[in-house]
Ligand binder design. Structure first.
Ligand code: GDP
Length: 326
């Protein structure tokens, strides 16, 4: 049998100095927890008050001082469909600056191992499903998040260019829609699952007979728990070295309506779910083909139901069921 695409065995030294850029975010905090659990002893995750990754000088000064051996680039301005659609200028500018600064500083300081995180929205709006990695740049993007997607595509091409020009084994992972503890629960700007958890929780406590969700409920989405992504990040750093990005997902999707029904069940909300077709649906479907990462020996472990139960408990516990501090 031939080796899977990009397969290598290259364990990371647990005493390596690892920068988790974006360590306060949903993805970065999960990566941090996973690396700590796996025995890494020298993790660095400066917050935005310590270094604003959009500021080139600050990033270069930080690298000169800290000298990381490994970088996981999980820092980005992220948001749900409405945030992306209403603030595209912020999304493209912040993300281009964050990633260019970190990648350039990592190159200048000879960082040997680097993982750049993109997103499944880099693929064409009407890509064949499930979406294979080679669908990249084969068609027009979904307009509600094209600015974010173009920034992420630029990041992938920068990593590939560094590989080509400098021979460094840097890699890219493309996660599907993520959720989990540490997510943003803002009612307007968050992604669909935290929005629904918050809305249904409030509706249950208020005894509201109905809730209105965005769009038609018909689009299909794939949801991955962020702890599964964190395992995938380390797995790829230790088992993958090739030019192509690697999809990270569950390989299964469901309609937004079905997802909403699951959220209602987890929250214990028994009212009626209604849909507001004046709100954007976004891309009709974006299910990732995960055969590349599966061949490398990674599989998701957390079911959507278990993940929702855990995320809801985190929300109630950390943010208070009245949604304060959001
Ligand atoms: P997307 O995957 O980039 O489109 O990002 P989202 O997670 O924001 O949205 C996924 C889908 O859920 C879209 O079809 C939305 O219209 C739908 N949706 C339904 N209700 C909500 C809501 O309250 N918030 C968000 N963000 N999306 C919602």
């Amino acid at each position: 049998m031939s080796e899977p695409y990009g397969a290598v065995r290259r364990p990371l030294d647990r005493s390596a100095r690892v920068l988790v850029a974006g360590s306060r975010g949903l993805v970065g905090s999960a990566v941090w927890r996973h690396l700590a659990r796996e025995g890494f002893t020298d993790l660095l995750g400066p917050g935005s008050s310590e270094v604003d990754l959009r500021e080139r000088g600050e990033v270069f000064d930080w690298f000169a001082e800290a000298r990381p051996d490994v970088v996981v680039l999980a820092a980005a301005r992220v948001g749900g469909i409405k945030a992306n659609a209403t603030r595209p200028a912020d999304f493209i500018s912040d993300n281009l600056r964050i990633q260019t600064n970190v990648l350039d500083a990592a190159l200048e300081h000879g960082v040997e191992r680097l993982l750049f995180l993109g997103s499944s929205c880099i693929y064409p709006k009407l890509a064949d499903q499930p979406i294979k990695e080679n669908a990249l740049l084969t068609g027009p993007l979904e307009p509600t998040n094209d600015a974010y997607a173009i920034a992420k595509i630029a990041g992938i091409v920068q990593v590939q260019s560094v590989r080509r020009q400098h021979g460094l084994p840097w890699i890219c992972a493309m996660p599907t829609n993520l959720y989990g503890p540490g997510d943003n629960f803002h009612p307007e700007h968050s992604h669909v699952l935290p929005s629904l958890l918050r809305r249904f929780d409030a509706a249950r406590r208020e005894g509201a007979p109905r809730v209105v969700n965005w769009g038609s409920g018909a689009p299909r989405r794939e949801f991955l728990h962020v702890d599964d992504l964190a395992r995938a990040c380390l797995h790829l750093l230790e088992h993958y070295d090739a030019d192509g990005p690697v999809n990270v997902g569950t390989g299964t999707d469901l309609t937004i309506r079905e997802a909403a029904e699951q959220v209602a069940e987890v929250v214990g909300y028994r009212g009626t779910l209604e849909w507001d077709p004046t709100q954007p649906d976004g891309t009709p479907r974006k299910l990732l083909d995960i055969s590349r990462i599966s061949a490398l020996g990674w599989q998701p472990r957390i079911t959507l139901r278990d993940g929702l139960i855990e995320t809801y408990a985190w929300y109630v516990d950390r943010l208070g069921s009245d949604g304060l501090r959001l």
